[in-house]
Structure formats: structure tokens, C-alpha cells
Design a protein around this ligand. Structure first.
Ligand SMILES: C[S@@+](CC[C@H](N)C(=O)[O-])C[C@H]1O[C@@H](n2cnc3c(N)ncnc32)[C@H](O)[C@@H]1O
Length: 421
């Protein structure tokens, strides 16, 4: 890609972020000389080049005069490049555009190193502790409050509960429920060494557990990149029977978001996966640190789950559609998926770029591809339809475009991808 003295609008430049640009060729005569006599680039050129460094772009300087100084200047720009995504570069390095299969912690037992990574998050547990404190204070009566931490993993939410109780000087009785036996030794060890055996540890599926006492507060973190995709709704429906009528669930709700994106790189990555019978690889969600991506329009809220449910018989099926206006010609390759959760009252966590919880890295975005990329014209309106479907054994998503024209329904009947109950 050649860069001349004149640049198009920022919006048009941003579209290049969705292209696999290997190198920018800069004419040496577009450098200007600063007060100290060194070659520099105009502000708009600097901004664009910094963005392109983020997608791994190389720079070729074409021309003759003073190339060494120009090269040094570009090195300086590179050092001062900040990440295009809201994630801190310390945590995303090496994961850019790397497609991962979403975790299914209900079906598979997580390994200790996976918990270890979660537990490094500086924001998530801090916000949970804030939410638990507020809930304890709201529930305070002159008695011991019962708190169940369901899906406790290795216990960070138990730590958060104990800290919150200590901070608000409220007595709590805590049980930690975890079905994964890989996490049990850590829970038992912590109970003995850190929690002074104050926590009751239960190794059971929360949907089957049947305690004799109901709790005041039910704490869980069963959320995936798209909110409900690790089956939090189904697990918490099972746990609701032991939450008091006026009890509090933390989280109290979570909302899934979708935003249209252009990314020739992600499309090529999926195309290169060897076995692709019936385009199966384009009919499943991924988790991916979106980098070589142009965001065609800001994401919008799709559907929400609220806990506790008013009526447990209410289905966890969802359907919705979203419309987006297209501000410039581009190519639609798929949809980025995000979530935002209200833990309690004003305490929230979000991976939606517009409301991102700064410093958090527990969740990368989801990606729902389209089999066939769609050429879009400026001024057009697009519509995506989306379904969350459940049966007795599994949950799956289906999606299709209905504007500018009808695409096939992706992952119909969950034949290509589903989450096991
Ligand atoms: C995303 S991890 C969170 C772990 C921990 N609370 C944390 O915040 O680090 C979800 C945990 O819930 C557990 N889990 C998922 N479904 C469960 C179920 N139905 N019953 C009990 N535990 C479950 C998983 O094994 C996993 O440990």
C-alpha cells in the first residue's frame, strides 16, 4: 500500500485496519523537517502509521535523502504506538487474531492453569467484591447472612466474599459449590490454610445440589465472551431453588452485544482450517482478540438474562434482530460478540468497547462469521437475525442476514456447534 502526501478521511483509512496489509510504502519526500531539522511526518500520517503498526504492518521508505534519520523517526513512532483495542498490550501479545474455541466449563473440567490465568485479572474480582459488599449491606439484619458461591473454581469469589464481609463487618456463612474435581484440592487447601475452615466446600453440580437451607446471596461467575454462552442461565436456573424469595443474585443480569466487522484476515484464517465440510467452520462462534479488524458500526445490545428469574418455567430461548447503518462502502465478514453484566446495582463489568472495564482481561470478544462475505454500500442498512435455542441436552446459536439480502441460516439446529448441558 502506497502512502502519499494526501490522505483520505480517517474513516476511509480505518477500513484498512480490516485488510491484511503487509507493508506501507512511504515516499521519503512526504517527510517534513521539524524545528530541530529532523524529518518528521504530519499528525494524520503519524496517527495512521501507528494504527497500521498495530496490525503488524512493515514500513518501506522509498527515496534517497536522509533515509537513516527517517528510519530512526519511524522507530520512535513504533515505540509510542498504543494498542487499538481496549485491552492492555501486556495481556494480548501473541493472541491477536488468534481464533480459539470457546471454553465450555460446564461440559469440560478446567485445568488449574486456566484458573490461574483468570485469577490474575485485576478488575473482575475487585468489582465483584464491591458488588458483594453492597448486597451484604442491603441484606444486613442482626443475623448471620448465608452466601453460596456457585461455580467457585479455586475460590477467588470466596476470597471476595470474605473480604467484603470483613470490610462491612457483617457475619456470613459461606458454602462454595464446584463440580470440577480439579479445583477441589485448591479449595480444600485454601479452606484449611487461609479461610480457617469457615467455608463449607461442596463438590457437586449446582443444578443438582439440594441444601437444607436457602441463601441470602448467590454469587457466581459463569459468563463467557457473549455473556450466556457458558450456560450461566441454565446453571443459575438450577441454583435458584436455594436462593431465598427476596435473595440477591450476583450477577443480577447480563446482556449480549453484536457489532458488524470487516476482517479479511479472520475470513482467511477460517477458510484455511483444513476440514470444512458444509462450511462448518463458518458456522460456529470463536473467541478471538480482534485486531486486524475494521468495526463497521458500533455494537448494539441483543438480548438479556436477569437473575433471579420471576418465573422459572420461562424459557432461555431468545431471538432478536439488529439493524446497522453503513457509513462507507466495505465488506461484511461477520459479527463481533460482547457482553456487559450488572453485578449488583451500579456495579458492572463490560467488554463492549464503548463501556469497557479498563484493565480487565478475563474475556476476549466472540466472533460469529458469515460463510459468504457481503459487499456493502455506503448508506445501506443491514439486518442480522439471531437466535439462542435450547433443548434438553444442548444450547446453540443460529444467525443469518436478512438485509441487504437473505443469507442462509448459520448453524441451523446446532448441527455445527452447540454447548452441552
Ligand atoms: C468461569 S469459571 C469461574 C471460576 C471462579 N468463580 C472464578 O471467578 O475464578 C466457572 C466455574 O464454574 C464451574 N461450574 C460450571 N458449571 C457448574 C455447575 N453446573 N455446577 C458447579 N460448578 C459449575 C466450573 O467448573 C468453573 O470452575
Amino acid at each position: 500500500m502506497h502512502i502519499g502526501a494526501e490522505l483520505p478521511s480517517n474513516e476511509e483509512l480505518d477500513r484498512w485496519l480490516g485488510e491484511p496489509v503487509a507493508a506501507l510504502i512511504i515516499q521519503s519526500n512526504i517527510f517534513i523537517t521539524n524545528k530541530k531539522g529532523y524529518p518528521v511526518l504530519s499528525k494524520p500520517h503519524q496517527e495512521f502509521i501507528k494504527k497500521m503498526f498495530n496490525i503488524g504492518c512493515q514500513i518501506v521508505i522509498s527515496g534517497q535523502l536522509g533515509i537513516k534519520q527517517q528510519f530512526n523517526y519511524l522507530g520512535h513512532l513504533y515505540q509510542n504506538t498504543s494498542s487499538l483495542t481496549p485491552y492492555s498490550s501486556d495481556f494480548i501479545s501473541g493472541f491477536e487474531d488468534y481464533l480459539q474455541t470457546p471454553l465450555q466449563p460446564l461440559k469440560h473440567n478446567l485445568q488449574s492453569y486456566v484458573y490461574e490465568t483468570f485469577e490474575q485479572d485485576p478488575i473482575k474480582y475487585y468489582e465483584y467484591q464491591k458488588a458483594i459488599s453492597k448486597a451484604l449491606i442491603d441484606k444486613y439484619e442482626d443475623r448471620v447472612l448465608v452466601v453460596y458461591v456457585v461455580g467457585a473454581g479455586r475460590g477467588p469469589l470466596v476470597d471476595a466474599t470474605l473480604e467484603a464481609a470483613k470490610g462491612s463487618n457483617i457475619k456470613v456463612k459461606i458454602s462454595a459449590i464446584e463440580k470440577n474435581e480439579n479445583a477441589l484440592p485448591s479449595l480444600l487447601f485454601k479452606n484449611k490454610e487461609k479461610w480457617e475452615n469457615r467455608v463449607t466446600i461442596i463438590n457437586e453440580d449446582m443444578r443438582l445440589w439440594n441444601p437444607s437451607e436457602k441463601c441470602d446471596i448467590l454469587v457466581s461467575e459463569l459468563l463467557g465472551s457473549f455473556g450466556d454462552n457458558e450456560l450461566s442461565p441454565e446453571c443459575l436456573d438450577g441454583a435458584q431453588k436455594y436462593l431465598k424469595e427476596d435473595g440477591i443474585s450476583i450477577p443480577s443480569s447480563y446482556t449480549s452485544y453484536l457489532g458488524p466487522i470487516q476482517s479479511r484476515k479472520l475470513h482467511a484464517e477460517i477458510s484455511s482450517i483444513r476440514k470444512n465440510n458444509d462450511n462448518c467452520n463458518f458456522q460456529k462462534p470463536y473467541v478471538v482478540q480482534l485486531n486486524n479488524v475494521y468495526s463497521i458500526a458500533p455494537p448494539k445490545a441483543l438480548f438479556t438474562f436477569v437473575h433471579p428469574k420471576k418465573n422459572l418455567k420461562e424459557s432461555n430461548d431468545r431471538d432478536g434482530f439488529l439493524k446497522f447503518n453503513i457509513s462507507q462502502d466495505c465488506v461484511l465478514h461477520g459479527f463481533a460478540g460482547y457482553f456487559e453484566t450488572v453485578l449488583y446495582k451500579d456495579v458492572r463489568l463490560s467488554i463492549v468497547p464503548e463501556s469497557f472495564s479498563d484493565g480487565m482481561f478475563s474475556w476476549f470478544p466472540a466472533y460469529f462469521p458469515l460463510i459468504k462475505p457481503i459487499l456493502l454500500d455506503k448508506g445501506e442498512e443491514i439486518q442480522v437475525n439471531f437466535w439462542r435455542c435450547c433443548d434438553k441436552y444442548k444450547v446453540w446459536y443460529e444467525w443469518c442476514m436478512t438485509r441487504p439480502y437473505q443469507s442462509i441460516i448459520h448453524n441451523i439446529k446446532g448441527e455445527m456447534y452447540f454447548m452441552s448441558l
